[in-house]
Design a protein around this ligand. Structure first.
Ligand code: DCP
Ligand code: CA
Length: 418
């Protein structure tokens, strides 16, 4: 019940205690034990995740390792290994893709699947979800929570309702009973700041938000206000987008200098090197960009970012360097020692969109990895990324003019986009 004709059927899969569970699978001695994974190498002091056994002691992701040790002194503390988690993440995507091509990786351990067209082949939605769980357990030993719903928002909410090893369906007509009594902060997309504002306005549950007058919300949050109210009503329309993780928004690189420096000539060479690295990455993936952003971190950790946008799309080191150096010359406080320099290109356009990516193509795997790695950096700290990048292998071969590279997967795999 609950499905109306024309509805889509969306699954959201969220791995349980992901990093800790991977460690427990790799080492049977850890199974059933409180396992805590901390960040590396510059996030050693922060817990990335804890196994469900450890959560009983009140430890949470983001807690300091020190505090976790107070609460759970007999826990097993392990330094995280991002490369391992990325590898498992890719194996999970292959499992999902054996059910439907409409898979959208959402984070290192979450994905949306549109299974609307699969019921003929695999049966009712809950059956599909159970089949995914079974195959996942067989191939990786891991468990997940799956939400089934008519849209991504409700699927995401549904997967959060039962952990670990959950399976929850949430249809539009269930929203008042299931979601509305929950605290408004539990609604996906409502962060801590927004929650505080809402509570201050007397909106404490998701139901309060669903019933709030639009003018009131608009006055406080602008256009976002109405969007929030729609979300509280379970209304969302964005489709599952398999390309989403591959849609790169920016490409950049940064270097922490071996020693803080205020030597302009040395810093100029660093910017040139960054421009060269970023330009090569852009061309390798058929990107060009119009905005160059320079980041400077001084010895005392003060950090500035300054951007410049030009009319034409760029992918040459010379152009990136020229803009980067302009920004540097204009914004560097001379003789202030610098600790880190970064260069990023955004406002991207991609010329390779005619090809359908396939995860079996090493180049596409690399792109998915890059997206996953960027996701890890957000959650796990910069150091983790550097480590993982080193494991991605050498940069693409030089000497092929831009635009002349072979299409992903070779001619046989090329398909026009739907
Ligand atoms: N992660 C991290 N730092 C955080 C939060 C998460 O490094 N502050 C990493 C470790 C997690 C992984 O990302 O294993 C996935 O994050 P989730 O929020 O999905 O948390 P878990 O999968 O660990 O637990 P749950 O079962 O609650 O989803
Ligand atoms: Ca998870």
């Amino acid at each position: 019940m609950g499905m109306a004709r024309g509805d889509r059927i969306i699954l959201h899969v969220d791995m349980n205690a992901f990093f800790a569970a991977v460690e427990q699978q790799a080492n049977p001695a850890l199974r059933g034990k409180p396992v805590l994974v901390y960040g590396n190498p510059d996030r050693r002091g922060v817990i990335a995740t804890a196994s469900y056994e450890a959560r009983k002691y009140g430890v949470r992701a983001g807690m300091s390792t020190w505090e976790a040790r107070q609460r759970c002194p007999h826990g097993i503390y392990i330094e995280g290994n991002p490369a391992k988690y990325i590898d498992v993440s890719l194996r999970l995507l292959v499992i999902y893709r054996s059910f439907t091509p409409l898979v959208e990786p959402f984070s290192i351990d979450e994905a949306f699947l549109d299974v609307t067209g699969c019921t003929g082949l695999f049966g009712e939605p809950a059956g599909i979800a159970r089949a995914i769980k079974a195959l996942m357990r067989e191939e990786t030993g891991l468990t997940c929570s799956i939400g089934i719903a008519p849209n991504k928002l409700l699927a995401k909410m549904a997967s959060s309702l039962q952990k670990p090893d959950g399976l929850v369906s949430l249809w539009a007509e269930d929203v008042p009973q299931v979601l509305w009594p929950l605290p408004v902060g539990k609604l996906y997309g409502v962060g801590e700041k927004t929650e505080q504002h809402l509570v201050a306005m007397g909106i404490t549950t998701i139901g309060d938000l669903a019933a709030a007058p639009i003018p009131l919300l608009r006055a406080r949050f602008g256009v976002v206000g109405e969007a929030l109210r729609n979300m509280a009503r379970g209304i969302a329309s964005s489709p599952v987008d398999p390309q989403s993780a591959l849609t790169v928004k920016s490409m950049g690189h940064e270097i922490t200098l071996p020693e803080d420096s205020d030597n302009p000539e040395y810093l100029r060479r660093i910017i040139l090197q960054l421009a060269d690295q970023v330009a090569r990455r852009l061309r390798a993936d058929h990107y060009q960009g119009k905005t160059v952003t320079l980041k400077i971190r001084y010895h005392d950790f003060r950090t500035i970012t300054r951007a410049r946008t030009v009319q034409t799309y760029l992918d040459l080191a010379e152009d990136l360097y020229r803009l980067g150096w302009e920004l540097f010359s204009e914004h560097w406080t001379p003789w202030q020692k610098i600790r880190l320099v970064g260069l990023t290109v955004s406002n991207l356009t991609n010329t390779a969109h005619l090809y359908q990516p396939t995860l079996f193509d090493p180049r596409e795997r690399l792109k998915v990895l890059t997206a996953a790695v960027d996701g890890i950096r957000d959650k796990y700290g910069e150091g983790a990324v550097t480590r993982a990048r080193l494991l991605l292998g050498p940069p693409p071969a030089k000497g092929v003019p831009p635009g002349k590279e072979a299409p992903p997967g070779g001619a046989n795999n090329c398909r026009e986009r739907r």
